[in-house]
Design a protein around this ligand. Structure first.
Ligand SMILES: O=C(O)CCC(=O)C(=O)O
Ligand SMILES: [Fe+2]
Length: 387
C-alpha cells in the first residue's frame, strides 16, 4: 500500500477492554491502519480475529449440516431466498452458494428484507451462537438473529462492500473448511474479475474455525471482500438485525429508486459503499436490477411480477401509443413507492395535502410528456408516409 495513503498496518494481541455485559471477554488479534486521506482515521479499529473458537468436531457437524442444506437447495427442496444458488444467472465476479436464516438480506433492494420469509435459526446455529456468547466471543447484548452462510468453491468471491448500516456492529464471520484471506480497507484496486487488492487496507488470513469481528470503523468505514478463492471455504456470517419496525430512510429509498435495485452507493455517515444488488449479489432472488446500470436488461421473474402488481394497483406500466419505455415505468414505480412511503410516514393532513399536490403536479407533467410524445409519433408517421 502506498506510504502516502496510509501508515503501515499493525497487528496486536492486546485484550479489548472488559465488557459490562459478558462474564468474560475473549481476547483476540486486533489491527490498526491510519488512513491519511481520512485525517489519519484508524480504519481497522474494531477488527478482531479469534482463532480456534470451535472444536474440529463441531466444525464437521456444521459443515455436514450446511452441505446437506445446499444439496437440498440444488435439488429444489429448499427455495430462495433461504437457498441462493451459485453462478448461473448471478452476475460475474459474484459467485457462491448461500443459505439465509433468521432474517434475510434482500439483495435486490440492498437492505434487510421482510420478516418471516426465511426459517428461524436451525438448532445447530442456535448452538453456535450460544457457544460464541458463552465463551465471550460475542456480546449477549448484540445477540445475532440472522445469518448468511456462504459456500465458496474454487474461484468464487464476494466483492468489496460494507454490510448494510442497519445491522448492529460487530458483524462476525466464522470460517470453516478452508483458509482464505479477507481484504479489509477503504480503497481497492480491481486486479481482474473476482480479484481485488487493497490499496489502503490489509489482508487478514482467516483460518478454519476462526471468528472475525467487523466492528467500529472496520465495519462502518472500511469495506471487506474475499477475492477468488483458492479452494473451498464456508463462512457463517452472524448479524443482529434492526428491529421489526425498521424502515429504510426516504433518502435510501430515493437513492435506490424506491426498491428497484442498487443505484445508491454513497452512505450518509461515511463515504463507503453499501451492499447493493450489483456489488454484492445477483439476480438470483428476482432482480429488479440495478437502477444505475446503463445497459437495459431483460426483466426477471420478480420484476415482471412487480410490474403486474403495479398494473393491478392501477399504475400504468406501458404506454404503447407514446412508445415510452422503461424510463417512464421506472419513474412511475418510483413515484408509487414514494407515495406509499409518504402516506405511511405522514403524520398530519397538511403534509399529506402538500404531497398530494406534488404527485398531482407530477401526474400533469407525465401527461404533458405523453402528449408531446404522441405528437412527435404522429409527425414521424406523417413524414414517413410522405416520402
Ligand atoms: O465470507 C465471508 O467471510 C464474508 C461474507 C460477507 O462479507 C457477507 O456475507 O456480508
Ligand atoms: Fe459482508
Amino acid at each position: 500500500m502506498p506510504k502516502s495513503a496510509a501508515s503501515k498496518s499493525k497487528q496486536s494481541s492486546q485484550p479489548p477492554p472488559p465488557s459490562p455485559h459478558n462474564k468474560k471477554k475473549a481476547s483476540g488479534t486486533t489491527f490498526s491502519l491510519l488512513d491519511k486521506s481520512k485525517k489519519n482515521l484508524d480504519i481497522l479499529q474494531g477488527l478482531v480475529l479469534h482463532k480456534e473458537v470451535i472444536s474440529s468436531q463441531f466444525e464437521n457437524e456444521l459443515i455436514s449440516f450446511i452441505q446437506s442444506q445446499c444439496t437440498k437447495g440444488r435439488s429444489g427442496q429448499l427455495k430462495k431466498p433461504t437457498y441462493l444458488r451459485s453462478a448461473g444467472a448471478r452476475s460475474q465476479g459474484n459467485q457462491r452458494e448461500a443459505l439465509q436464516y433468521g432474517g434475510f438480506f434482500d439483495f435486490n433492494k440492498a437492505r434487510p428484507g421482510k420478516r418471516g420469509l426465511v426459517p428461524d435459526f436451525p438448532p445447530i446455529v442456535h448452538r453456535l451462537v450460544n457457544h460464541l456468547i458463552d465463551e465471550g466471543y460475542l456480546d449477549k447484548e448484540v445477540r445475532p438473529d440472522s445469518c448468511i452462510i456462504n459456500q465458496y468453491g474454487k474461484g468464487d468471491c464476494i466483492p468489496p462492500h460494507v454490510d448494510h448500516e442497519s445491522y448492529y456492529r460487530p458483524i462476525s464471520t466464522l470460517s470453516l473448511l478452508g483458509e482464505e484471506p479477507m481484504l479489509v480497507g477503504t480503497k481497492f484496486q480491481t486486479v481482474k474479475s473476482c480479484t481485488w487488492k487493497p490499496t489502503v487496507g490489509t489482508s487478514v488470513a482467516l483460518p478454519r474455525r476462526s471468528l472475525l469481528l467487523l466492528g467500529g470503523n472496520s465495519g462502518n468505514v472500511s469495506k471487506h471482500c474475499i477475492s477468488s478463492c483458492r479452494g473451498e471455504r464456508i463462512s457463517i456470517t452472524l448479524r443482529k438485525q434492526p428491529g421489526p419496525d425498521w424502515r429504510p430512510s426516504l433518502d435510501e429509498l430515493a437513492k435506490s429508486g424506491g426498491g428497484g435495485g442498487g443505484g445508491g452507493k454513497k452512505r450518509k455517515r461515511d463515504a463507503a459503499v453499501t451492499l447493493t444488488a450489483n456489488d454484492y449479489n445477483n439476480d438470483d432472488d428476482g432482480g429488479g436490477g440495478d437502477g444505475a446500470k446503463k445497459k437495459k436488461k431483460a426483466l426477471s421473474g420478480s420484476a415482471k411480477r412487480r410490474k403486474k402488481m403495479m398494473k393491478l394497483k392501477g399504475i400504468t406500466t406501458t404506454l404503447p401509443e407514446s412508445g415510452q419505455g422503461d424510463a417512464s415505468v421506472h419513474q412511475q414505480q418510483q413515484q408509487h413507492q414514494q407515495q406509499m412511503t409518504q402516506s405511511q410516514s405522514s403524520s398530519n393532513g397538511e403534509k399529506t395535502s402538500t404531497k398530494k399536490k406534488s404527485s398531482e403536479k407530477q401526474a400533469k407533467r407525465n401527461a404533458r410528456r405523453l402528449e408531446r410524445k404522441q405528437k412527435q409519433a404522429t409527425a414521424g408517421t406523417k413524414s414517413k408516409c410522405n416520402t
